[in-house]
Design a protein around this ligand. Structure first.
Ligand code: BGC
Length: 414
């Protein structure tokens, strides 16, 4: 009798939860800039999981192409300010989330979801901190990306008997050797305006170290520092080894040069590895960007709940998928990043990501500026524009002065 009652109870709980899942209907608009190889696949993996659970919800996959949100962020701003928020949107954890959207009152806190799902117990403090403000959580981090990686074509290195560079000195030696063989040493795309600043961020880390670099964003390191001059001089020299058509290429089109063997190295975040996976390219190797040993330049993609979201229940259901073990594994396997959750099955991941998981635990973590973690969006935009100009007109003195001014303008004394 007792067993019968338990059985009936269990079956009714099951039926209830299945029917409440199926009950969700209407739409869910997911806004992001994930259109490139690896990115689109990662997003699709999340959508597939959601769709299986909630087959009656129509998903609107609203993407705006352009790496690092080059175009998406402006579209998002127009929509948010115009009172037409997407149901949920991609946003970098840290300053981009907190300064742009939380402090300004555009988001709903989702602390209740963290409590329900137990996320605070399975995500690292460093990540929880950058999705928190005034005691609440404001978005769900889906990953941890690493920005400071140098990727290379293994075959080119083997054929030319070269060792992947770890220092700037080695970098230039290798680059000269490649150049003399008629191989483009360094692949770069500057089409979307942020890619050069991304590389320069890693040069700053390489020249200033973790503390020196972090200090640039809170005033402890002055932008007039001679190490910044050195970083600019070094970057100027690096730019002499890039493909001549860089202004016509996006980040993924620069990575394509590594895949087809027309360039030997590039520096890009580990969405590049997602791109390589998507292209079925396995002949890549990686080391940290020159001078970046022991430092993890980090960023995290996250999604939250904007006030006035038209399909609030559906967003909540989607956020649960994003924070779930299943969601984080499926997404990150395609995306190249590592899950924000620490309780995933590490053995499922390829060697690059496994090594990244280990580094995350032992390296010094610094926040990426180009990807919203280190400084407010206004500063990031100006920093990016100054470096874009430097690519065209590499004048070290003028550029350093401009960087000093940008810091002052953004409230950091120099
Ligand atoms: C995002 C990544 C994305 C990359 C290139 C970064 O800002 O965090 O998820 O793959 O931009 O689009």
């Amino acid at each position: 009798m007792f067993r019968k009652i338990i059985m009936i109870l269990l079956i009714s709980i099951l039926l209830l939860s299945v029917s409440s899942m199926a009950q969700l209907k209407g739409k869910l608009e997911i806004f992001s800039w994930w259109t490139a190889g690896g990115e689109a696949e990662g997003l699709q993996a999340l959508i597939d999981i959601f769709h299986k659970k909630y087959p009656n919800v129509e998903i609107i996959n609203a993407t705006v192409a352009g790496g690092a949100g080059a175009n998406a962020k402006a579209v998002l701003k127009t929509r948010m300010l115009g009172g037409d928020p997407p149901d949920t949107f991609q946003v970098h954890a840290g300053h981009e989330l907190i300064d742009t959207w939380v402090k300004t009152g555009f988001m709903e806190p989702i602390t209740f979801l963290y409590k329900q799902e137990g996320w605070a117990k399975v995500m690292p403090k460093g990540i929880l901190d950058i999705v928190s403000y005034k005691g609440d959580y404001w978005s769900v981090p889906v990953n941890i990306h690493r920005a400071n990686v140098l990727w290379y074509n293994k075959k080119i290195f083997e054929e030319n008997n070269l060792t992947p560079p770890k220092t700037f000195e080695d970098f230039f030696k290798v680059a000269d050797a490649l150049k003399s063989k008629g191989i483009t040493p360094f692949a770069l795309g500057t089409k979307d305006g942020w890619e050069a600043a991304h590389v320069f961020e890693t040069v700053l880390i390489g020249k200033l170290g973790a503390e020196g670099y972090k200090g640039l964003w809170d005033g402890k390191t002055k932008w007039s520092d001679p190490r910044v001059t050195d970083a600019l001089e070094t970057f100027k020299k690096m730019l002499t080894y890039v493909n001549s058509d860089h202004s016509a290429r996006t980040w993924d089109e620069a990575c394509a040069l590594i895949v087809d063997g027309s360039a030997a190295m590039t520096i890009m975040g580990d969405w590049a590895v997602g791109y390589f996976y998507a292209k079925g390219f396995n002949d890549f190797g990686w080391v940290l960007a020159p001078g970046n040993a022991g430092i993890f330049d980090a960023l995290s993609d996250s999604f939250g709940l904007p006030k006035g979201a038209k399909n609030r229940d559906n967003v909540i259901a989607f956020l649960k998928v994003l924070g779930s073990k299943e969601g984080q594994e499926a997404f990150n396997l395609k995306k190249g990043s590592i899950p924000a959750r620490t309780d995933v099955d590490k053995s499922k991941f390829p060697p690059y990501q496994r090594s990244c998981m280990e580094d995350w635990l032992k390296h010094k973590i610094v926040p990426s500026v180009m990807h919203g973690a280190a400084a407010s969006e206004g500063w990031v935009t100006e920093f990016k524009d100054v470096i874009s100009l430097f690519v065209v007109r590499p004048d070290v003195k003028t550029t350093q002065k401009a960087l000093v001014n940008v810091a002052i303008k953004n409230g950091v004394k120099q």
